[in-house]
Ligand binder design. Sequence first.
Ligand SMILES: [Zn+2]
Length: 139
Amino acid sequence: LCTASHENLIWQGEQLRVIRADDAHFPAFYRVIWQQHAAEFSDLCAAERASCMAAVVAVEQVLRTQLTPHKVNLASLGNMVPHVHWHVIARFEWDTHFPQPIWAPPQRPPNMPKLQQLGGKIETTDAAIRLALGSAWGA
Ligand SMILES: [Zn+2]
């Protein structure tokens, strides 16, 4: 994640960028990625951590407003990629894994009509994220 490649970039600034994961079963799955290399969240200074979490909150708020999910999941794992990034995922009772984490075994097959409906709102959601982050960071 030190260098971006094949990412669906939604917004970026000097400190961080927001991408959308392009996961067929989780259309509203975003990542907030710290631009500079840092393995652990505690490698960032307090101001940087605050800035990172402000971006996470901004994405979460957009997902709530645009998609009214049953829950927003926030996760920072980084076991596979030790570079600070936060997952921000809109979750629905009908999704393949609810109420389990998206990395757990699936609970049910995909609900195609619901997925299609959700997919139709994603461009608007991307735009709202750009707007929210652009105004917060003065971009
Ligand atoms: Zn890195």
